[in-house]
Design a protein around this ligand. Sequence first.
Ligand code: KG4
Ligand code: ZN
Length: 337
Amino acid sequence: MIVMGIESSCDETGVGIVDWDGEGVTLLADEVASSVDEHARYGGVVPEVASRAHLQAIVPTMTRAREAAGIDRPDAIAVTIGPGLAGALLVGVAAAKAYALAWDVPLYAVNHLGGHIAADTLEHGPMPPAVALLVSGGHTHLLGVENLSQPIVEMGTTVDDAAGEAFDKVARLLDLGYPGGPALDAIARDGDPEAIAFPRGMTGPRDAPYDFSFSGLKTAVARHVEKRVRAGLPVSVPNVAASFQEAVADVLTAKALRACADRGVDTLVLGGGATANSRIRSLAIERTAAAGIDLRVPKPRLCTDNGVMVASLGAHVIAGGAPPSPLTVATDPGMSV
Ligand code: KG4
Ligand code: ZN
């Protein structure tokens, strides 16, 4: 069964194609057009710019994916209906409906967050019961997965900024450009992660065990910089970056490990663009190894938004016997898992 996945929830227009052989998925095509450069001068994703870029990119990206896979049409289409930017989602969903109707193939509406988890199966094969930690510019979630064809359980999420968003905002404060996560990661290599004791948000005994908060941390970084500047003292950008990064990685991985223990699973899956962060990765490796937990981290290309993750989730959902979605299915920008 050949499944096409369409993704347009943020600034990436993704069309992926997979082959489901009854047990797992094989990647046939993974085409992505990104509008990230168009957003850079605004310092963040501009929804209207993203929607227009999707409109221009969607048909050529579909064509490239079909050519790469060497197919005329798939057996089914899966599309992200949420969560994401309302106007951006509409473009992918409208395209999915149009092609499903024209080709007379079933349409499956899927959740973007589930897609991030399903991306891992393209690299590491079928997934055992697991906890997934998703960290990107738009999301920070701890999710419980029994089986990819079953509903995913939301264990916790951020109460304010997403982790990647915190990286981008702190990078902006330190004048490192946009998106600042990779630049901050690079400069942190020259810093001391213990130089400044930044707060670990939501880790008190009364705090929700799987929820996150990064806005207090971002403010603490701003206060630290302001205070030094006002006192005429130098600011060590590498030390600030390393200490901030350490605080984020510490909280993310500690809560993910606790979620694995509480759910009684021995697999942790990472997903989302911010899992490219070197400290999040190294601390996750250290802590899962110490706890005897199997860590699955897909390559960066599969961690960021793409269509093939949507195709993979679609294949699992179809194989689980879910009925197709009606062609009237709506987008759901605020969709939970
Ligand atoms: O998944 P993604 O490509 O897009 C969405 O947000 O959905 O993730 C992009 C986010 C940005 O916030 C970017 O700064 C962050 O991931 N990021 C990083 C690193 N690479 C990307 N954050 C920290 N360290 C990195 N190396
Ligand atoms: Zn995403």
